[in-house]
Design a protein around this ligand. Sequence first.
Ligand code: HEC
Length: 272
Amino acid sequence: MSARVSPPMSGMGLLEAIHHADILALADPDDSDGDGISGRPNMVGDGKGGLVLGRFGWKAVEPTVERQTAHAFAGDMGLSTPVAPDHWGDCTERQPECRALPHGAQSQFGDEEVPRDLLDLVVFYSRNLAVPVRRQIDAPQVLAGKKAFYGAGCVACHVPKFVTTRNAEHEAHRFQLIWPYTDLLLHDMGEGLADNREEGLADGREWRTPPLWGIGLAHQVSAEASFLHDGRARSLVEAILWHGGEAQASRDAFATMEKADRDALIAFLESL
Ligand code: HEC
């Protein structure tokens, strides 16, 4: 068992439209540039015998918004879709009673509880949830915080920007300059954050760098919003102080900077 909070969903269609080569180019699994940051892709099955880049989920185990959505229907809600057609969600072979319980498929709509057209609508909606507009981008404290964010090496993993591909499925996602602050790669985040649970290629200490766009609005969206994969961090400061492993040096740089710079860095995050 490993606890998880649900991640923010903005900009998923844009993250899906980053060319996989741009993400793979950031990987440095053997840390050949010696900066202490490796980063490796979670390559997952494409369902046809090949491998594709995982992008979504706390361990980047889902390659597309469609698969993320279908597996959420299955694992979180116990509902079958054409992509994950079992009616019993994540009940295992050892739970035959669970598997034999009635399900909600209706023959006039096909074999699954969530038919193709309904799945497509939820995927379309999820792909097109907009990224919030930034606030106070020119405020001196925010600009100072941006400098501190770069200076502390946060950008080694929270990579600021990408340009999406020209052949994304939806026109709105094509050739866009985006600022997600993630490399979508896995990093060893140390013992303190480890859940010792493997997912795909990700080991028990690895997590995908989460996007930071929209993070400044988290507490407006929900007063109880919390950070990191299991929601253990009540504030952005706590989230940063939990960073270990490959991020230890960056975390220490944050912890030892002047208080004014630390406050500015948080003001920058709150402007995202
Ligand atoms: C080695 C890569 C790496 C570096 C360097 C790094 N981070 Fe992270 N960051 C991550 C990963 C991976 C997570 C998710 C960890 C988890 O959920 O257990 C994360 C999570 C976060 C979160 C919480 C996001 C959320 O949605 O819950 C914030 C905020 C954050 N980082 C800010 C920073 C700041 C500020 C710095 C620089 C001081 C920094 N990070 C440096 C990889 C990195």
